[in-house]
Write a protein that binds this ligand. Structure first.
Ligand SMILES: Cc1cc2nc3c(=O)[nH]c(=O)nc-3n(C[C@H](O)[C@H](O)[C@H](O)COP(=O)(O)OP(=O)(O)OC[C@H]3O[C@@H](n4cnc5c(N)ncnc54)[C@H](O)[C@@H]3O)c2cc1C
Length: 363
């Protein structure tokens, strides 16, 4: 991951701020309540290079560090969290190709991914498989120079508007443990790979979450990323960046200003600041190429719980206005619980943290 130039970082954050205030903030209420995909905003995000934010400039990316990227996610989430989902899920897919792909795969996919022409997500979840990704059932069977894919993925971000996905599938049904039989492919939509339906949500509106169906879909063997049996490792590595950014997204939660509730405000502000420090620490470790599953897990767990608590407190502070669809707080309350579930539930984060704690502190 790159190291961002401070002057360029300030200029980019400034340009994003101006865009948010001029083009985004006035539109959020309408797009959110009508659940409309923000097509024009996606075009602007393409022009700003956000779909290639952390990709190498060699492939058309901006080459930003995870730290700068986390700042961008925090900044945009403050106005509308859904926008960040459109490029964050996409970048998890992109980073898998950049990190584990062959030169040929990078040439074929990364320039279109960086420009936002080809958008997508990391597709892990299935109707019967969430946290326990080792149990994935979507099957890919080798047939000459292709694999034939059958199965269903669900809750996939960008599933309708996007054109491709990094998809985790089972290539070896006999592997022991089962996770060793998983492989990752980059797949472009085509005959046999379609979005079957858009899923309705209480929050995180505007961005499409879809069910994807693979019906004898033929993917070229050249699209296998990282080799057969390496899919689980690729997926876990892809989620690290995602978790830092789920943590950063929780900054959309406002802190009400009211003299009579300073105790609440004090607690809320402290939670926000502690979350920010954990995010910065995780992003620094990521940028330095260090193992950071514990740091990313702590940031994700703490910041998302803080976001949920702060959103509920903000609702209480604002009384009936907090419950009204005419103000943004009800949206924050609807959006915040997702951050406790996505990119690995907070229950799993605590288990990851504890395991690392034990491993790093042998008796
Ligand atoms: C809006 C939205 C967008 C999403 N986008 C994507 C996407 O782009 N790509 C994608 O692949 N997925 C996506 N997801 C799916 C998301 O990652 C899963 O919902 C999440 O991984 C949890 O899986 P699950 O819902 O099946 O819950 P389950 O795994 O069934 O978990 C249910 C409960 O059991 C607990 N639990 C499960 N296993 C354990 C365990 N071993 N130890 C302790 N507790 C455990 C969990 O913590 C949770 O409390 C999205 C979901 C939503 C809602």
């Amino acid at each position: 991951m790159g190291h961002s130039d401070p002057v360029e970082e300030a200029a980019l954050l400034d340009a994003i701020e101006r865009w948010l205030e001029k083009e985004v903030r006035p539109q959020v209420m309408r797009l959110e309540h009508d659940d409309i995909y923000p097509r024009e905003m996606v075009e602007t995000m393409k022009q700003m290079g956000l779909f290639g934010a952390v990709l190498d400039p060699k492939w058309g990316g901006l080459g930003l560090s995870a730290s700068t990227y986390a700042k961008i996610v925090m900044q945009i989430s403050t106005v509308w969290m859904s926008l960040t989902g459109i490029f964050n899920s996409h970048l998890m897919m992109a980073m898998l190709v950049q990190k584990f792909g062959t030169e040929e795969q990078k040439k074929r996919f990364l320039p279109r991914i960086a420009s936002g022409e080809l958008r997508g997500a990391l597709a892990l979840t299935e109707p019967d498989v969430g946290t326990d990704i080792g149990a994935i059932r979507t099957r890919a069977v080798k047939d000459a120079d292709h694999y034939v894919v059958n199965g269903t993925k669900t809750w996939i971000s960008n599933g309708i508007e996007g054109g491709c996905c990094a998809v985790l599938v089972r290539t070896d049904p006999r592997a022991d443990p089962p996770r060793k039989g998983l492989s990752m492919f980059i797949m472009e939509k085509g005959p046999g790979f379609t979005a079957s339906r858009k899923l309705e949500k209480i929050g995180y509106k505007g961005i499409d979450s879809a069910e994807l169906v693979f019906d004898n879909f033929r993917v070229p063997a050249d699209n296998l990323i990282g080799g057969e049996g390496k899919g689980f490792y690729c997926a876990v590595s892809g989620l690290e960046l995602g978790r830092i950014n789920v943590a950063a997204k929780t900054f959309g939660k406002p802190i009400a200003q009211h003299q009579a509730i300073q105790l609440k405000l004090g607690e809320m502000a402290t939670r926000v600041e502690a979350a920010r420090l954990l995010i910065e620490q995780a992003a620094r470790a990521y940028d330095a190429g260090q193992r950071c599953d514990m740091e990313a897990g702590m940031a994700k767990y703490f910041a998302s719980e803080a976001g949920l608590e702060n959103a509920l407190e903000a609702m209480r502070i604002h009384g009936a206005y907090g419950y009204s669809k005419e103000y943004p707080i009800e949206r924050l309350v609807r959006d915040a619980p997702l951050m406790c579930i996505g990119e690995g539930t907070n229950e799993m984060q605590r288990i990851v943290i504890a395991r690392q704690l034990i491993e790093r502190n042998p008796i």
